[in-house]
Design a protein around this ligand. Structure first.
Ligand SMILES: *[C@@H]1O[C@H](CO)[C@@H](O)[C@H](O)[C@H]1NC(C)=O
Ligand SMILES: *[C@@H]1O[C@H](CO)[C@@H](O)[C@H](O)[C@H]1NC(C)=O
Ligand SMILES: *[C@@H]1O[C@H](CO)[C@@H](O)[C@H](O)[C@H]1NC(C)=O
Ligand SMILES: *[C@@H]1O[C@H](CO)[C@@H](O)[C@H](O)[C@H]1NC(C)=O
Ligand SMILES: *[C@@H]1O[C@H](CO)[C@@H](O)[C@H](O)[C@H]1NC(C)=O
Ligand SMILES: *[C@@H]1O[C@H](CO)[C@@H](O)[C@H](O)[C@H]1NC(C)=O
Ligand SMILES: *[C@@H]1O[C@H](CO)[C@@H](O)[C@H](O)[C@H]1NC(C)=O
Ligand SMILES: *[C@@H]1O[C@H](CO)[C@@H](O)[C@H](O)[C@H]1NC(C)=O
Ligand SMILES: *[C@@H]1O[C@H](CO)[C@@H](O)[C@H](O)[C@H]1NC(C)=O
Ligand SMILES: *[C@@H]1O[C@H](CO)[C@@H](O)[C@H](O)[C@H]1NC(C)=O
Ligand SMILES: *[C@@H]1O[C@H](CO)[C@@H](O)[C@H](O)[C@H]1NC(C)=O
Ligand SMILES: *[C@@H]1O[C@H](CO)[C@@H](O)[C@H](O)[C@H]1NC(C)=O
Length: 819
């Protein structure tokens, strides 16, 4: 797929001499001029240019008209590494060129003013390059232009030339992900045919010009990730064709103009993370096509107007992190709703029973309000609900078992008189949206000092050995005030001797199914032996393949191993995340101890990296994806749960991969709840040599920063393809610091080539070295790491890739600082 760079890079000087000679005719007509310009562009290889029979019209990516002048040049994604536009346009004109697509072609340098001479141009795509400098004013001369895309050249700076307002045919303008500053020129209001305007992720200041209201054909208006302030102009209400209004992460203040209700075609309204105040305007009820409303992280106050309760097309409503008061209104009319997040407001009153008829509801978050009363009994009709968070209200009553679902204790914690009564069903759920919100800000849940510890005691499982297996399961719950003072697993789950079991996947995994599927744990089904116990693969009668981790009979009596099993159950029934291994069930009994997990087809990251064939399948994109998955999981564990959980044994052996090579974190045998209120935590030394943070050599009090260090090792190991022990042991030596990043990357892969791959690898490497800081205080938190992933911001410009050394990564002030 990737072209070899050498194919395109050649000695320009040598070729120009030969090829110009062969093409130049006595009268230098337009085709000849074009040929010369293409030659001098240096974009095509010797093989193509050094041929007396080839005309430029036959070059790959070039199309000509009948008169043999060039109309289309499309080198989309080709690696024109380090080639620039200036040379191509130097003194030449392409009078008939209508289409120039050089997206993702590694162009560098600035956009030359000569670009303005391509007077017939309809389509100009320069996105995903390394273009720098300012936008030339002459772009305003391209009066035929329909689409202009200069996005993702993030060193492009300066302001947006008002001359762009002359491009009156323009239909699509995309300047996103650059470094553009200054205001939005009001002249853009002249672009009457514009349907798509995207200037997101720049440094734009000022307010939204009133003139935007003239863009009557606008379909999407995307300005998120800038520094816009001032109010939303009333004229927005004139954009009646608008489908998407995305202004999140700015500093827009004032209130929502009621005129917004005129936007009958609006489907997406994203205003989160601004400085908006005032009430949620009732006119929002006029948005007849709306699918997504995100007003979170603002200062909205007042009550929710009942008008918005009739938005039957609405799929997602996020009003979290505002100051909304009063009773939650009857949301009976939200017939399509999947997600409601009203958390972190000042709602009082009770949960409206109407919520219970929202049969499409998947996720409901009402946490951090002042909601009182009982959970309505009709609540159990919400059969689609997979994520529920009622934490930190004043609810009372009983949470019963809901169909297949089982909700984490912590989702409901912080309500004084709430008790549990759920039984049987254990169903692992996907990550609740609360783990990362759409914007990527991690909700940090501050642990409560007055926490109610709910103790779940399993009462009875009768296992009659020999031939008959009877399972009866009950959970008895008690609510009790209690401080957390112990690591996971020391709760009284083992009250009745050692009985503790739960089944249920799709309603019923029975013990006998497990025995049948593994022929009583026959060695043939064993797929590995870990630090303790063995891992079996079993296909259940319903076809589902699961993995079983089983302690050997001799190990069951071993208190540490026994405890680690219970610990794992406690941790995994608390955690629900896409990147954390799912536990389907478990049996903790003195005769037979095993855990049932989702089966991960590709085994551990360690094994994949240590197999040349598999490691090569793991290209840069997949590796970065795996690391991102680990970040998500650890961030969720450290920051997404009411009580943070540290893993304490993050290694490549404990990262498992599914058939899509996506990662989950597994093995929570040594995980520990972090309770800031407890002073008597037991700290047993846990971890694997080579991944243990250096401070654990002199202290046994591990913090989540130990996981961060181990993560750094895992991330680096994933990039290097092997454990970075030499690098780690000599980090302070100049010879290590002088090593280039390109030298330590896994040499079994070709170096990252596409801009995205280069950028991602540099991002991961810089994060990894930050995590490997010997001083835990200077390591980032996983929340910080996650944010870096989302911002995709590195201290290095991508074109510095080949110069980046370990020293630079350790001390990112040193090189090619980008902006
Ligand atoms: C170009 O082609 C001519 C004739 O085929 C050959 O002699 C010459 O070496 C070629 N030059 C390059 C740079 O390949
Ligand atoms: C360019 O590359 C991107 C990323 O690899 C790919 O998604 C896109 O389809 C490619 N475009 C073309 C025209 O080949
Ligand atoms: C463009 O990249 C090439 C190759 O990396 C480099 O030699 C050249 O100096 C760069 N030009 C600019 C203007 O950055
Ligand atoms: C443009 O061409 C002139 C003469 O042909 C040359 O001196 C100049 O260096 C060229 N500029 C660029 C950017 O290639
Ligand atoms: C320009 O190219 C990029 C990269 O392939 C693509 O995503 C984008 O849609 C193109 N822009 C236009 C306006 O076609
Ligand atoms: C092109 O733009 C430049 C700068 O805006 C201007 O000076 C020049 O007259 C324009 N050329 C044409 C042909 O319109
Ligand atoms: C734009 O960036 C270049 C370096 O790439 C710098 O020389 C120039 O001053 C910057 N211009 C503005 C307006 O920031
Ligand atoms: C705007 O679009 C309409 C309809 O497509 C077209 O007739 C008109 O010529 C366009 N205006 C400009 C200035 O290109
Ligand atoms: C947000 O608005 C408040 C007043 O409502 C003001 O005090 C504050 O400075 C504003 N913040 C920003 C970042 O504009
Ligand atoms: C909402 O906030 C605005 C601005 O801070 C304030 O003027 C107004 O009185 C508040 N309204 C309510 C109902 O609290
Ligand atoms: C709920 O809050 C509203 C507005 O702050 C207040 O007027 C009302 O009395 C409160 N109701 C209850 C039951 O506390
Ligand atoms: C809940 O379900 C029961 C039967 O399953 C039904 O009788 C009742 O009307 C439902 N309640 C609501 C609010 O839909």
């Amino acid at each position: 797929m990737e072209f070899s760079i050498s194919f395109y890079i050649f000695s320009v000087a040598a070729v120009i001499a030969v090829a110009v000679g062969s093409w130049a005719s006595p009268v230098l007509g337009s085709p000849e001029k074009e040929a010369k310009a293409l030659l001098e562009s240096g974009w095509w290889s010797v093989e193509y240019l050094n041929s007396t029979t080839t005309t430029p019209c036959k070059l790959p990516g070039v199309t000509c008209n009948h008169a043999a002048t060039i109309t289309h040049i499309s080198l989309h994604n080709d690696s024109l590494l380090g080639m620039n536009l200036g040379r191509f346009l130097n003194g030449s004109s392409f009078p008939n060129l209508v289409h120039l697509d050089l997206a993702g072609a590694w162009l560098n340098g600035s956009i030359p003013p000569e670009m303005g001479t391509l007077s017939k141009l309809n389509h100009l795509n320069l996105s995903y390059n390394e273009l720098t400098g300012e936008l030339p004013l002459s772009l305003g001369n391209l009066s035929q232009l329909l689409t202009l895309d200069i996005s993702y050249n993030y060193p492009i700076n300066g302001s947006i030339p008002p001359e762009l307002g002359n491009l009156n045919s323009l239909v699509s303008l995309n300047l996103s992900a650059n470094n553009l500053s200054g205001p939005i020129p009001s002249s853009l209001g002249h672009l009457f045919n514009l349907t798509h305007l995207d200037i997101s992720y720049n440094e734009i200041h000022g307010s939204i010009p009133i003139e935007i209201g003239k863009l009557k054909n606008l379909h999407s208006f995307i300005m998120s990730g800038n520094w816009l302030h001032g109010p939303l102009p009333l004229s927005l209400g004139q954009l009646t064709k608008l489908n998407t209004l995305s202004l999140y992460s700015n500093q827009i203040n004032g209130s929502i103009p009621p005129e917004i209700g005129n936007l009958k075609n609006l489907e997406i309204l994203e205003l989160r993370s601004n400085n908006l105040t005032g009430p949620i305007v009732p006119s929002l009820g006029g948005l007849d096509s709306i699918k997504q409303i995100d007003l979170s992280h603002n200062h909205f106050n007042g009550t929710i107007p009942t008008d918005i309760c009739s938005l039957s097309t609405l799929i997602s409503l996020d009003l979290s992190y505002n100051s909304i008061v009063g009773q939650i209104p009857s949301l009976g009319g939200l017939d399509s709703i999947n997600q409601i997040d009203l958390s972190h407001n000042h709602f009082n009153g009770t949960i409206p029973t109407d919520i219970c008829s929202l049969s499409t509801l998947i996720s409901l978050d009402l946490s951090y309000n002042s909601i009182v009363g009982q959970i309505p009994s009709q609540f159990y009709n919400l059969t689609s609900l997979t994520s529920l968070n009622l934490a930190c209200n004043n609810l009372s009553g009983t949470i019963r078992y809901l169909n297949q679902q089982r909700f984490s204790l912590f989702d409901i914690e912080g309500n004084k008189d709430l008790c549990f009564d759920y039984v049987i069903g254990y169903h692992c759920l996907d990550a609740p949206p609360a783990a990362t919100n759409n914007q990527g800000v991690i909700h940090k849940v501050v642990p409560h000092s007055q926490k109610i510890r709910v103790i779940v005691v399993l009462v009875s499982v009768i296992l009659v050995l020999s031939s008959i297996v009877l399972i009866a399961i009950f959970y008895i719950c008690r609510c009790k005030n209690r401080k957390h003072t112990q690591p996971l697993g020391e709760t009284n789950t083992t009250k009745n001797g050692d009985i503790f079991s739960i089944w249920n996947y799709d309603g019923n995994i029975a013990y006998k199914d497990i025995l049948q599927a593994t022929e009583d744990f026959d060695i043939r089904y064993c797929i590995g032996t870990g630090g303790y116990g063995s891992v079996y693969k079993a296909q259940l009668p319903n076809g589902k393949v699961v993995a079983l981790k089983k302690l050997h009979t001799s190990e069951i009596e071993h208190p540490v191993l026994n405890k680690s099993f219970i610990n794992e159950v406690k941790a995994l029934t608390t955690l629900r995340h896409r990147n954390i291994v799912r536990l389907y069930g478990f049996c903790l009994h003195k005769k037979c101890m095993f855990l049932i997990y989702e089966y991960m087809e590709r085994g551990s990251l360690f094994c994949v990296l240590n197999n040349d064939v598999e490691a090569m399948e793991l290209d840069w994109r997949k590796r970065v994806n795996i690391i991102q998955g680990i970040v998500n999981a650890l961030c969720y564990m450290h920051h997404g749960c009411t009580l943070p959980i540290i893993h304490r044994d993050v290694t490549t052996s404990n990262i498992l991969l599914n058939s899509e090579l996506e990662a989950v974190v597994a093995d929570f045998g040594t995980a520990r709840l972090l309770d800031p209120n407890s002073s008597t935590q037991s700290n047993i030394l846990a971890g694997t040599y080579g991944y243990i943070a250096p401070e654990l050599a002199y202290t046994i009090v591990g913090t989540e920063k130990c996981d961060v260090y181990s993560f750094g090792v895992v991330a680096l190991e994933t990039l290097m393809g092997k454990h970075p022990k030499e690098v780690l042991s000599s980090l302070s030596s100049p010879s290590t610091q002088n090593l280039l990043l390109t030298e330590i990357l896994d040499q079994r892969l070709t170096p990252p080539r596409s801009r995205l791959a280069v950028h991602s690898v540099v991002l991961v490497a810089s994060i990894a070295f930050a995590c490997l800081n010997a001083n835990p205080r200077y390591r980032p938190t996983m929340e910080g790491v996650s944010k870096k992933f989302i911002d995709r911001c590195t201290p290095f410009a991508d074109h510095c890739f080949h110069e980046i050394s370990i020293g630079h990564l350790m001390n990112p002030q040193a090189l090619c600082i980008d902006g």
